[in-house]
Design a protein around this ligand. Sequence first.
Ligand code: IPM
Ligand code: MG
Length: 353
Amino acid sequence: MKIAVLPGDGIGPEIINQAVKVLKAINLEDCVEYAPIGGAGFDEFNDPLPKSTLDLAISADAILLGAVGDWKYDKLPRDMRPERGLLRIRKSLNLFANLRPAIMFSELIHASTLKSEFVSDLDIMIIRELTGDIYFGEPRGISKNKKNEREGLNTMRYSEPEIIRIAHVAFKTALKRSKKLCSVDKANVLEATELWREVVIQIGKEYPEVELSHMYVDNAAMQLVKNPKQFDVIVTGNIFGDILSDQASMLTGSIGMLPSASLDAKNKGMYEPSHGSAPDIAGQDKANPLATILSLAMMFKYTFNDQNKFNLIENAVKKTLNDGFRTEDIFSKGTNLVGCEEMGNKVIERLEV
Ligand code: IPM
Ligand code: MG
């Protein structure tokens, strides 16, 4: 078993350290190989996705990623920016299915800005298509138009095969859960998503047990805060999924709690917290490592088919919360404020190996 570990930038290295401590605690530290990505890749090799990093990721069974991005790289040419490294590794490894669960841990109910009755027991799975859409569509760029004005251009594109494969992932996921799937699009305005809806309906015929519904993205954004528990599995394109998953994360109290899996057709995966690199708190031992630790748990579930290790790690996280330990982002009166490092230690103490 080989796990490529890519800490990245900002709080990436601190949160990754905590997840690697978990691997150590379950005797898997020998599986770990490190490589730089994002700004760290640029600093070392002048490339946000150095060839050696991509090669390691290709040869590994799974990848654990911290986060990429820092203000200090914002002036670099677009191709050299940290975010480009992340997009390139997703595309190069064909990680088209991004699973972003938004689960309410009962201990954190008061960290949500929504009234408890609307978010208690919330358990939504957002499936975001990750290698298509306006993120990768050509043509793109900033250039002069015929009137000699500068113009920014991006292209929203979805091919039928791209929609078919993500639809299958979504229906299969729905089958394992409550058999309800909501596909989110903007079919009333955008042709790319008109095709999306048509194809999802077509694939849905192969899954008659799944109750399929459709929602325009603007309405979905509203419904997510109005009555989030109406959703179980949501499937949507890259850009809508980016936005809705951030929104869904706050239903559960903090984006610092949300793990994610990005899978290829064979369930090889890259696992990363849904949050970013938070350069404003980097190096201060304030970050919440739980999303990263839960991402590691997802690795065992989806890539290594090891439900026991998934449960082991998730239970340790739950116990840590139950025992009152909180990083700043989820802190409330009467709980015990800890830093990133200590939070990692508390989880490890609670691993029942
Ligand atoms: C995410 C992030 C990335 C994205 C950025 C960092 C490129 O926001 O994983 O949601 O837009 O996909
Ligand atoms: Mg995002």
